[in-house]
Design a protein around this ligand. Structure first.
Ligand code: GAP
Length: 518
């Protein structure tokens, strides 16, 4: 991290989020529920603004009207699919099957262990200090080997389950078959899906799952969209909504939750063009996150190494943000994956419904000038974003401490995402100023209320009112003062600099419009 970027405190960010009504613990009055978070009034609007920006720039006017690698405008349509799908969807997608228990992997030996089957030798009393903790599998050669090492290190030892060691301390654990310390991954659940039952009888036959991603709804409706609309490959289908994963270790505020919102696009294209589309989407998605305020060294685009890719993927990149809790490392905001034709092929096999696409404009040229057409399984590029992680990154990026200001905590949101767009204040609550403020408030609310809150407030000193707006991240405050009554001008105060200028009261709407880019 450069010296220009002082470390931000997650505790302070979380405290502000609670105090100003961005994020609350879910079911807080009952003690909370691990892995679930609610959004307060400002947070709900912030997230809506993020979702709307995604919807606008990915579906309504994809890629800001840019042309794709095929030289044509990018085309996308929306879809809204249900949280509960036919259970066979998750068999086809690979989410059911595989491992059903949390596992830990060893990065060094590539061995995978059942999390609850790993034990650890620790000192019989006291702390291990700088010495490693020795993990082993019961009744395996690792047990005797690790016991010897542990006794050499600690003298008397005792055995505890790995499940009792906080994941933050895994860096100190020597894996059962490893040479180096700290090679065990945190536990991962391979079947993360929440189960439920449909109907009253609740037998095993009625079992269903809450979706772990919105993407599969798109593949399952691909044929309907092609058959009922005028879309032609290449085109994208976008889907946003709540997904659920029964994460083993939900943590880091909303970063890893058990219920979260995704915004996913599946972009279908001809296999021969898929690499170009992959690069196009990867680069656009990075630019998009930058456009809403995640600029600078805290945002990176990381291309996965070949050995990180799933067997069907021909490329994956992550847009990653340096959260205060990952620093100096980064955490994933969005994955952009080249998924080949894996998903459509899986669903075709499992459903027995043909999902191939007939492309009228490809294939051999016929003597009459038309083309014979080509039948193929489209390849798919998937930009898959998390809206809660996005909102968290935006809140972390916006959080600024400036002790020289009367309000030392400022949320420097990009105006497009800010939940409060503008505030209108009468300097004092008399002399005709409240009436003028009321009229300006009505005007701004009618014009911009659909994009966020417009605030007005006549109580407390103007300094306190500005400070409240700084903490809430309101980019502009317009103040009606004595001069307004004589020359029809107001002051506009910029949140980020605290500086003020005067503009005509009838120019305020245009000013806000320009700044919001609406
Ligand atoms: N369809 C592909 C897919 O779901 P993913 O990388 O598992 O890919 C996409 O999820 C995005 O969803 C992630 O980049 C992240 O932003 C968000 N996400 C995934 N799991 C999450 C969790 N437990 N809590 C919050 N966000 C999560």
């Amino acid at each position: 991290m450069s010296e220009a970027t002082p470390a931000k405190s997650m505790d302070e960010i979380m405290a502000l989020c609670k105090r100003r009504g961005f994020v609350y613990q879910a079911s807080e009055i009952y003690g909370g529920i691990n892995g679930f978070w609610d959004y307060g009034p400002l947070g709900a609007q912030l997230k809506k603004n993020l979702r709307d920006a995604w919807w606008q720039d990915m579906i309504m006017n994809p890629c800001w009207g840019r042309k794709g690698p095929n030289g044509e405008r990018v085309r996308c349509v929306p879809l809204e699919t249900r949280i509960i799908q036919h259970p066979k969807v998750w068999e086809a997608s690979g989410h059911v099957g595989g491992f059903n228990d949390p596992m830990v992997d060893c990065r060094e030996t590539k061995a995978r262990y059942r999390f609850d089957h790993v034990s650890v030798f620790v000192p019989a009393s006291g702390d291990a200090g700088e010495r490693p903790l020795f993990a082993f599998m019961k009744d395996s050669p690792s047990e005797a080997k690790q016991q010897k090492k542990a006794e050499r290190a600690f003298g008397a030892v005792k055995v505890v389950p790995l499940t009792s060691i906080p994941v933050e301390q895994f860096a100190k654990v020597l894996g059962p078959d490893a040479e180096k310390v700290g090679t065990l991954t945190e536990p991962r659940q391979f079947n993360l899906m929440f189960k439920t039952y449909i109907g009253a009888t609740a037998t095993e036959d009625d079992k269903a799952y809450l979706r772990p991603e919105t993407a599969q709804g798109i593949f399952v409706q691909f044929k309907n969209v092609v058959d009922t609309t005028r879309v032609k490959v290449p085109f994208g289908i976008g889907n946003t909504g709540t997904s659920f994963r029964n994460e083993v270790t939900p943590r880091n505020f909303t970063f890893r939750s058990r219920e979260f919102e995704q915004a996913e696009l599946e972009f279908f294209c001809h296999p021969s063009e898929s690499q170009d589309w992959y690069k196009f989407w990867r680069d656009f998605r990075m630019e998009w996150w930058q456009s809403i305020g995640l600029k600078g060294e805290n945002l990176i685009l990381r291309e996965h190494e070949k050995d990180e890719l799933s067997h069907y993927s021909q490329g994956t990149s992550d847009v990653e943000y340096r959260f205060p809790f990952t620093a100096p490392g980064f955490g994933e905001l969005e994955g952009i994956a080249h998924r080949g034709c894996f998903d459509l092929t899986q669903h075709q096999e499992h459903s027995k419904v043909k999902l191939e696409y007939f492309d009228q404009e490809r294939g051999e040229k016929l003597p009459n000038g038309s083309t014979k057409g080509e039948r193929y399984m489209p390849h798919c590029i998937e930009p898959a974003a998390g809206l809660d992680r996005g909102a968290l990154a935006i809140m972390c990026e916006a959080y600024t401490k400036d002790p020289s200001r009367p309000s030392p905590e400022i949320m420097k949101f990009h105006p497009r995402i800010a939940p409060i767009k503008a505030a209108v204040f009468p300097l004092v609550n008399k002399d005709g100023m409240p009436e003028v403020a009321e009229r300006l408030y009505d005007e701004l609310n009618a014009k911009f209320g659909r994009t966020g809150f417009i605030e007005t407030d006549a109580k407390q000193s103007i300094g306190k009112r500005y400070a409240r707006m700084d903490e809430a991240g309101c980019p502009f405050c317009f103040t009606i003062d004595g001069e307004t009554l004589t020359n029809q001008t107001v002051t506009v105060r910029d949140r980020d600099t605290g500086g003020q200028e005067r503009i005509a009261i009838n120019a305020v709407s245009e000013y806000v419009k320009k700044k919001l880019g609406v």
